[in-house]
Design a protein around this ligand. Structure first.
Ligand code: SOE
Length: 390
């Protein structure tokens, strides 16, 4: 069996989630390749060495350019802020590597277009974007039901992604609040997941939007060494200007004529990670909330009237997507499993079983993000998604 040697770039929240996934995937799934966690790359030498040792990487490095050129590396897994995605991806694809890149694909449509073009030019190399929620078994089940026609023609897509880690005005400044590094705020960080999920579930693309974006807290205190989400800072610490949105909403038109309502916020007090979607078709509906990630609600309008109502399906049966590898029925999964499944599918794609979202899917998400910003700047005027006619 051939060995895939992995280099992962980034030591933060996503670097840890992906490291755990690379560790666990081969232990629970039969992968077509042996996986070797070769090198973790970060900026700070001490932190990178400590994280690499703790998370199971054989080596640590602070030089991604050197690592990308190494002959003994097959895969580059990019877990850095969006401002570096394009440069690293282009170098990795040119060096013949397979690429897994965190979402959103880039910070601008132009960068995303360059990345998608570079990936299309090397069809033998896999380039996958990390919209990990696609790999939640309950959502994969929803997709199966929609593809089987169980909800009929889709009319409504209603998606919310609500977090509250920025509710406190003294929550510290992080790279996720800096437009130069993150591209946008709640929009690209979590709204992008809803856009990807909605298009993937329905099989239909968003063609245009009408949007609002808001920043409620314009300056936040700085704190050293913030990793991941949340926490508090010293309220007297120097403040830095927030250059992204805290929250936003948009209505959307889909290519198949469905209508969409999207809302995303990192200041939705009380909602920790409520990534929700409900889709209503003319024959039924599905509804999901990541805070109850093992469950899918399914409504079948063809049931006899006296029995109609949403049924709550626990997506933990062996025949549900990904579940055969896990626990006895009813023994649910967690956030980290979505990344494990992403690695399983990514390695499968390298062995010849295609999976999404590829870079052209992720480019379309990027174009929707840009249309949302364009519409919000123009007082919610309808903005067509680049390349789409509405
Ligand atoms: C990573 O996929 C990610 O989008 C993070 O960037 C968000 O902040 C998170 O909460 C959901 O997952």
């Amino acid at each position: 069996m051939k060995t895939l040697r992995i280099a992962l770039i980034g030591t933060g929240f996503m670097g840890r989630a992906h490291s755990h996934a690379w560790q666990t995937a081969p232990r629970f799934f039969d992968l077509p390749y042996r996986v070797e966690m070769a090198v973790m790359v970060g900026r700070d030498p001490r932190r990178t060495a400590a994280e690499a040792a703790r998370l199971g990487w054989a080596e640590a490095s602070t030089d991604w350019r050197e690592v990308v050129q190494r002959d003994d590396i097959d895969v580059i897994d990019i877990c850095t802020p969006g401002d570096t995605h394009a440069e690293i991806t282009l170098a990795a694809l040119a060096a013949g590597k397979h690429v897994l890149c965190e979402k959103p694909l880039a910070n601008t449509v132009e960068d995303a277009e360059r990345m998608a073009a570079a990936a299309a030019a090397v069809p033998g190399q896999v380039a996958l974007c990390g919209f990990s929620y696609r790999r939640t078994p309950a959502l994969a089940l929803a997709r199966r039901l929609i593809q089987e026609g169980r909800i009929g023609q889709v009319r409504h897509v209603r998606a919310q992604y609500l977090q509250d880690w920025l509710s406190d005005a003294d929550a510290p400044f992080t790279w996720r609040l800096d437009r130069e590094l993150a591209g946008s705020g709640a929009l690209g960080d979590i709204g992008a997941h809803s856009i990807d999920t909605a298009q993937w579930l329905t099989g239909s693309q968003i063609v245009g939007v009408s949007a609002v974006l808001r920043t409620f807290v314009e300056e936040r205190p700085e704190r050293e060494g913030v990793v991941g989400l949340g926490g508090t800072a010293d309220p007297d610490a120097p403040r830095r200007r927030v250059t992204v949105d805290d929250a936003g909403a948009f209505t959307a038109r889909f290519a198949d004529d469905a209508m969409g309502v999207f809302e995303f916020s990192r200041v939705a007090t009380g909602r920790r990670n409520a990534n929700r979607i409900e889709i209503n078709g003319d024959r039924g509906a599905v509804a999901f909330d990541f805070e109850r990630m093992n469950e899918l609600e399914f409504y079948d309008a063809s049931e006899e009237g006296h029995r109609q109502g949403f049924q709550r399906v626990q997506a933990t049966e062996a025949e549900h997507p990904y579940m055969e590898a896990w626990w006895p029925v009813g023994h649910g999964l967690g956030y980290e499993h979505t990344f494990i499944h992403e690695i399983v599918d990514f390695v499968g794609a390298i062995a010849g079983a295609p999976t999404g979202p590829d870079f052209s899917d992720a480019l379309h998400v990027q174009r929707v993000l840009a249309a949302v910003e364009e519409s919000a700047r123009a007082d919610s005027r309808f903005a067509a998604v680049k390349g789409m006619t509405s």
